[in-house]
Design a protein around this ligand. Structure first.
Ligand SMILES: O=C(O)CCC(=O)C(=O)O
Ligand SMILES: [Fe+2]
Length: 319
């Protein structure tokens, strides 16, 4: 359960940071600490996302897939979105390794430009008063050793000038070219859009860094100003990017490939088999009592997934 203050902070300020319960974070953390350490990560991988999409849900690594559908996380997101009916949008675990020299190539991910995430997640524009999606970053390392805390700018009031919609003062929006690197971006704004450059300078002055330990989670909104900051050279920071939306929200794109796409090898099927009805519902599997279900449909779905442990009892009971 989130506290009232946490929910309010997410709705009004755009974010909050907390520690996940040990029973949620320990299984994936233990797995990562033996299977995804500095010597096991390709140092040439410098961009967002897991190498070869290896850790995009569904990964077939049980502790990672279980974390993505964890009941505690589901309950938290339900609270933030004021609905029990939510869908998974994104789940990807990726490494960021600190590089020796400052990397200021235009698309470098080292010292990111200030941005919001909505641009490549929805074809619409978010409405601050009616949030429809939640974003989160789970940290698996200790920021005191790695640095690289996400920087973000809390929204201070309903009239905060840096949160004056429409949110188009960023790369890739409304005709502005897309670069990732902070220096490249701010040089561009200084030359081409001095007004926006001024606003963006304020954002960097106001940014706060997430301080993290293994199991820290930043819950944020897709309309929060934020950015990734440099990791210490030679250090590894592992994070999980997650996102959810209300089932009735319009315009949102799934970041990951379709959940069913990696079926046939038993991993996806086992996720359906071992999950609770609530967990399945994140993948658009209808809840017990949903008007989708008929006796025949339950029979057929059971024929497909019974082998993997799927229990049809709650679906039949709610017919
Ligand atoms: O790496 C981080 O801390 C944040 C990354 C981010 O905001 C992004 O890639 O959109
Ligand atoms: Fe971002």
């Amino acid at each position: 359960m989130l506290t009232k203050d946490q929910v309010t902070s997410w709705k009004q300020r755009g974010a909050f940071v907390m520690q996940l319960p040990p029973e949620v974070i320990n299984p994936p953390l233990t797995w990562l600490n033996s299977n995804f350490t500095l010597d096991q990560v390709n140092p040439a991988h410098l961009d967002f996302g897991s190498p070869d999409r290896r850790f995009e849900f569904p990964t077939s690594v049980e502790p990672l897939d279980n974390l993505v559908l964890d009941e505690w996380l589901i309950a938290a997101v339900q609270q933030l979105l004021d609905t029990t009916d939510i869908r998974l949008l994104q789940a990807d675990l990726w490494p960021k390794i600190g590089v020796e020299t400052d990397n200021h190539e235009a698309q470098a991910n080292t010292d990111q430009r200030m941005h919001m995430d909505y641009g490549n997640n929805t074809v619409l524009h978010p409405d601050w008063q009616s949030p429809e999606a939640v974003a989160a970053i789970i940290y698996y390392d200790d920021g005191a050793e790695t640095s690289g805390g996400t920087a973000y700018v809390p929204r201070e009031s309903n009239t905060d000038p840096v949160y004056n919609a429409p949110f188009i003062h960023m790369p890739g929006q409304a005709g502005k070219p897309f670069f990732n690197d902070r220096r490249t971006v701010e040089n561009w704004f200084e030359q081409n859009d001095p007004e926006a450059h001024k606003l963006r300078s304020t954002l960097y002055e106001r940014e706060q860094l997430v301080e993290f330990k293994p199991g820290t989670i930043l819950f944020y909104r897709h309309d929060l100003w934020h950015r990734g900051t440099p990791v210490k050279p030679g250090k590894l920071r592992r994070v999980h990017n997650l996102a959810w939306r209300r089932a009735d929200a319009r315009g949102w794109s799934n970041w990951n490939e379709g959940w069913a796409r990696q079926s046939y090898y038993g991993h996806v099927e086992s996720i359906i088999g071992r999950s609770t009805p609530r967990q399945r519902s994140l993948l658009d599997f209808p809840m017990p009592g949903d008007r989708y279900w008929t006796p025949e449909r339950i029979d057929h779905v059971e024929a497909r997934f019974g082998y993997y442990g799927f229990d049809s009892t709650p679906y039949r009971a709610a017919l």
